[in-house]
Design a protein around this ligand. Structure first.
Ligand SMILES: Cc1cc2nc3c(=O)[nH]c(=O)nc-3n(C[C@H](O)[C@H](O)[C@H](O)COP(=O)(O)OP(=O)(O)OC[C@H]3O[C@@H](n4cnc5c(N)ncnc54)[C@H](O)[C@@H]3O)c2cc1C
Length: 291
């Protein structure tokens, strides 16, 4: 398949890209890695009149660890750059777990974190991880800048809260607190496929080994990444035992409303969400204990 005709403009600066988006609005799309946009255009599911290519805007790529308690990842940072950055993976171990599950090496060579999050596929790994880590989204337009929490950014199926003239420019990740452990697990039919369900878990322990905080987010089981941290709150003040973790998994199964799809019924998705929650919380806890 070939895309419908479009005008291609290679932006050379952030200001130019933003003023083009302000000019063309909904008619224009940013081109990042092209790994979701170009297939959608080839299938004529997307027909932008104008493509604004961000690949020449150097300031949009890169990982900045100079922020102390936060790490800033530029929107045009490719999966491959994150996978190869050992200090980044050490600081954000959920990414170390999740990146190998995303598609295949060829796609990870091109795909970007900003394109992934802006595409807002609910089955994708990184929106769930951004939600579990309470990432903040840096957004720019010719009108100015604003910041949204991950939970505010994902507005619905393949839909974000970005306005027609706005760009996601960076993602700010808080580094995990001391005595924290995390784990991302998913079930997919084949390696590289989108997840039927996935769970990102973060557990923080106090000096006595009791749970001080827990975050949980799921992919593949709703229209957006699902923040299930309320279900995990029952762990706070408790030890992470088989029983306390099992209670959280049961609450997650009650809280979610998976859509089901051609590969998995809603009941099966609910079942694996429970199993993955149990395993991810247990592994996150083990990782603190054995750190
Ligand atoms: C075979 C295959 C398997 C895949 N498997 C997985 C998988 O298992 N898990 C997974 O998560 N993904 C998977 N993907 C999707 C892949 O991860 C894409 O790379 C990603 O979703 C989009 O990133 P991109 O940089 O390629 O964005 P693009 O395709 O260039 O853009 C995606 C959308 O975001 C918009 N956009 C891009 N950058 C910005 C920005 N900075 N601000 C605002 N809007 C922006 C674009 O206009 C477009 O609408 C798969 C893709 C393929 C082809």
């Amino acid at each position: 398949m070939k895309p419908a005709p479009f005008t291609y403009i290679a932006a050379s600066s952030l200001d130019q890209a933003l003023s083009l988006k302000a000019e063309y609005g909904e008619e224009a799309r940013f081109l990042a890695g092209g790994q979701s946009l170009i297939p959608a255009m080839n299938f004529r599911l997307a027909r932008p009149a104008v493509l604004i290519d961000l690949n020449g805007v150097a300031d949009l790529a890169g990982i900045d660890r100079s922020g102390g308690e936060t790490i800033r990842v530029g929107a045009m940072t490719r999966y491959r750059a994150m996978e190869r950055d050992q200090p980044f993976l050490k600081a954000c171990p959920l990414f170390a777990d999740a990146l190998p599950h995303i598609a295949h090496p060829q796609i990870r060579n091109r795909g970007t974190i900003g394109g992934n999050l802006s595409h807002a596929d609910p089955a994708s790994e990184l929106p769930a991880i951004a939600t579990a880590m309470q990432a903040r989204m840096k957004i720019s337009s010719s009108r100015g800048e604003r910041e949204l929490e991950a939970s505010e950014f994902f507005a619905g199926l393949l839909t974000t809260s970005l306005e027609a003239d706005e760009m996601l420019t960076a993602i700010v990740l808080p580094t995990p607190k001391p005595r924290s452990g995390s784990c991302f697990l998913e079930v997919a039919r084949r390696r590289g496929d989108f997840a039927l369900a996935g769970v990102a878990a973060v557990v923080t322990l106090d000096d006595q080994g009791r749970c001080e905080g827990a975050r949980l987010a799921l992919c593949g089981v709703g229209d957006t990444p699902v923040d299930a941290s309320d279900a995990a709150a029952s762990l706070v003040g408790q030890r992470c035992t088989e029983q306390t973790i099992e209670a959280v998994a049961a609450d997650v199964q009650k809280a979610i409303d998976p859509p089901g799809n051609v590969h998995a019924s809603a009941d099966y998705q609910r079942h694996i969400a429970g199993v993955l929650t149990r395993r991810a919380l247990a592994a996150a806890h083990e990782r603190v204990v054995h750190a």
